[in-house]
Design a protein around this ligand. Structure first.
Ligand code: SF4
Length: 759
């Protein structure tokens, strides 16, 4: 029988610490998956959903963007996928009665975990100006309120249309079309906070901002470097791909300030051998200092250049540009500086070099540990240099592999959700719809917060997500959001952003991936694009959580009709009636989607073209793959300070908190913890189990505090600390961002400790 949501709050945050395991998945993962699923859905619904997730005729997991192989297992999901499905398909409900009983001020006092555990929102609700709680509202009235505010703006650029990566291709395409027909490119999205640095670096160096490898390539690689990523928690089924590569003889290097159980040993629940013994993954663990990755790859490049016959000179000559300038910069790399920047030993780097030189097919995978630093873009460019040197792009078993977070974050960008759209995309859109899209760039996430803060943006519309919890500088962001005239959230469940409102606010409840979607044109499906450029269909199979929900495409179509009125020649009604009409238009606007409706009907979908992977053709400014030679950077650290990285626990997906444990790090029952290296702790007088306040330091002199964190002595790299977000996003300065990509530098925050006390 599914359980009731927690009523009492605050849910006690009392972290306990036990030894961290040295293996991921296995029986505990199966047990946790089924326990959480049963708690939220009960037994029957658990079977109904978990046997359909990631199946070719099923729905796409609302968790991460890891791809499926052509052959599907009966259970084609991981523990965190099961948690994501359970949270969405929960039997718990948030009705108008709930909102009547919980004023916004009360919701604002609740933890993110408590809010998320209340269940699916059943009705559209509205917070009128001056009111203290949300009340039920009709959809017609809700769209009229939004139209009122949008049409009253002095400029379309006073509106912001935010997209979280769970939004389907069809809804994303309609949202960008609406925003551009309305007159703005203000389309910030969650990519701005995660892989924007990857997109910027790859577009410049290889001509496309996406990974160049398939799942098959991972299985064929003989060296896989996993840098700044924790697959065991954030992309768990990636471990199965690493295991398969390992079984075929591949070597694996992980580069991370934290040892992670998932890279030590993977107990694959799909096989008895896996379940019991598992497979050791790491051949070499480089416990690098936060932000030391660019220096590491620069030195490896120097050593490759010096190694006899190590450079693929034919590839370099035929396909690249800028080799000389790069080689000069690489040869200047200094051992001592690199050892300082990385915290690694000479022996460790030489071990890595030996594995690199022995490899014929190398793939580098990465995630936020590389993308959320001031120098993230040069770091990723250096990785491209590293792969170009030995021709590891555009052939089987080799390439770049930025592993995306949200299940359709890559698809949303492909559909045009981008504040800096390519002129060619706008040309195609304008031609197809007979509109005149704005050509000036819009605002990304950080600039959107600055515009709200400065009163330049007045309406905030979010398609999914939990903006105020996911973004940096929480105190600034929340104050900025409260300056808006209207905040609108299209959501499935409650979260913090619903309690931090503009003068007026709306919550518009929508269908989830697990829900059946029936429109006037019959049963509908949506499509998503995974981290490796595979586009496939997703068909929900559950009766929706309430008859009062609208699908994402329907919400955008009705919004557009309410705002644009008869002035729009776009047939928004047809889009709502049958999503095939949306895909027809996509096929004429977005390259790679030709004949979309026919190709998507194939079980498993299709792979988008990728010129560097498919043809070793590099659509860059030079028409070649570009070597680059940026100066090496790494974060400095004043005495008595540590460098903090914000990260997820194992019971978390972005800002969705599934539970209060972080099983793979031995932490239970609480989230306000800070992991500190025991030697650093001794030097700073930080006793294990004591409590302390974290204070971040930034050039603006503003004091940003996060109080009451339990100190956990943990084998982090020296000088480096770690704590969970969103609790520590308050410490990340809004203006502390990556050069070029403007991604918040959430992985390198200088902190000091105050008021340390034992309790
Ligand atoms: S690996 Fe990612 S996409 Fe796959 S089941 Fe797990 S959370 Fe879902």
């Amino acid at each position: 029988m599914a359980t009731k949501p927690p009523t009492g709050d605050p849910v006690q945050d009392a972290p306990q610490v036990e030894p961290a395991p040295h293996a991921a998945a296995g029986l505990p993962a199966v047990a946790h998956s089924l326990r959480i699923a049963q708690q939220q859905m009960g037994v029957r619904r658990t079977a109904q959903t978990l046997l359909k997730v990631n199946q070719k005729n099923g729905f796409d997991c609302p968790g991460c963007a890891w791809p499926e192989g052509d052959k599907r297992h009966t259970a084609e999901f991981c523990e965190n996928g099961a948690k994501a499905v359970a949270e969405e398909a929960t039997l718990r409900r948030v009705t108008p009665g709930f909102f009547a009983a919980h004023p916004v001020a009360d919701l604002a006092e609740r933890s993110g975990y408590w809010l998320g555990q209340q269940g699916r929102i059943t009705h559209p609700v509205y917070l009128p100006e001056g009111a203290d709680r949300y009340e039920a509202v009709t959809w017609e009235r809700a769209f009229a309120i939004i139209a009122e505010e949008l049409t009253a703006l002095g400029s379309p650029d006073e509106a912001l249309f935010y997209t979280s990566g769970r939004t389907s291709n069809e809804a994303a395409f309609l949202l960008q079309l609406f925003a551009r027909e309305f007159g703005t490119n203000n389309l910030p999205d969650c990519s701005n906070m995660c892989h924007e640095s990857s997109g910027s670096a790859l577009t410049e160096t290889i001509g496309i901002g996406k990974g160049s490898v398939s799942l098959e390539d991972l299985h064929q690689a003989d060296l896989i470097i996993v840098a700044g990523q924790n697959p065991g928690t954030n992309h768990p089924r990636m471990l199965a791909a690493l295991e398969k590569a390992k079984t075929s003889g591949a070597k694996i290097i992980s580069v991370n300030p934290l040892p992670e159980a998932g890279m030590e040993r993977f107990k694959n629940p799909q096989t008895p051998q896996g379940m019991l013994k598992g497979t050791a993954l790491n051949d070499l663990f480089l416990q690098i200092r936060i932000g030391g990755d660019q220096a590491l790859f620069r030195l490896l490049n120097k050593l490759i250049l010096a190694a006899e016959g190590a450079v693929d000179t034919a590839f370099v000559a035929e396909h690249t540009h800028g080799y000389e300038e790069f080689a000069q910069a690489a040869e200047a790399a200094d051992w001592d500086e690199t050892l300082t920047a990385t915290g690694l030993t000479r022996a460790e780097i030489e071990q890595a070099l030996a594995l690199v030189l022995a490899s014929k097919r190398t793939i580098v995978c990465w995630a936020m540990g590389l993308t959320q630093h001031k120098h993230s873009v040069p770091t990723i460019r250096e990785i491209v240099n590293f792969l170009l040197l030995r021709g590891n792009i555009g052939r089987p078993g080799a390439g770049v592999c930025p592993v995306r977070g949200h299940s359709n974050v890559q698809g949303d960008r492909t559909m045009g959700i981008f504040e800096r759209p390519a002129p060619a995309f706008l040309d195609a859109l304008d031609k197809e719809f007979g509109i005149t899209s704005p050509r000036h760039h819009g605002l990304d996430v950080v600039r959107s917060i600055q515009a709200l803060r400065d009163g330049e943006a007045k309406v905030f519309f979010a398609m999914g997500g939990n903006f105020v919890a996911a973004t940096p500088d929480t105190a600034v962001t929340e104050a900025a959001m409260r300056r808006a005239r209207l905040t609108v959230h299209v959501s499935t469940k409650l979260n913090r952003s619903h309690a931090v409102t503009g003068t007026r606010a709306l919550i518009l409840p929508t269908l989830g991936r697990t829900d059946k979607d029936v429109q006037a044109g019959g049963k509908q499906f949506v499509t998503v694009e995974d981290s490796m450029g595979m586009v496939h269909a997703s068909r929900g199979n559950l009766t929706p959580a309430s008859p009062h929900l609208l699908s994402e495409p329907a919400i955008v179509a009705r919004l557009a009709r309410a705002v644009l009125g008869t002035g729009s020649r776009t047939d928004w009604e047809a889009f709502e009636r049958d999503y095939a009409t949306i895909r027809d238009r996509i096929s004429r606007v977005v390259p790679g989607f030709e004949d979309f409706n026919t190709r998507i009907a194939r079980p498993g979908g299709f792979t988008l073209p990728h010129a560097p992977r498919d043809e070793r053709r590099f659509p860059t400014a030079t028409g070649r793959a570009n070597f680059t030679a940026a100066p090496v950077e790494y974060p400095g650290l004043p005495d008595g300070r540590l460098l903090l990285q914000t990260l997820r626990s194992h019971d978390q997906y972005n800002t969705t908190i599934y539970g209060l444990d972080d099983r793979y790090r031995g932490i239970k029952g609480g989230r306000r913890i800070v992991m500190v290296n025991p030697e650093d702790a001794a030097a700073l007088g930080l006793t294990d189990g004591a409590y302390t306040d974290l204070v971040s330091e930034w050039k603006d002199g503003v004091e940003r505090r996060a109080d009451g964190f339990r100190i956990v002595h943990y084998p982090t790299a020296r000088g480096c600390a770690a704590a969970y977000y969103p609790e520590t996003n308050v410490l990340v300065p809004l203006d502390s961002t990556a050069d070029t990509s403007n991604t918040p530098a959430s992985k390198s925050v200088v902190i000091r400790f105050e008021n340390t006390r034992s309790v």
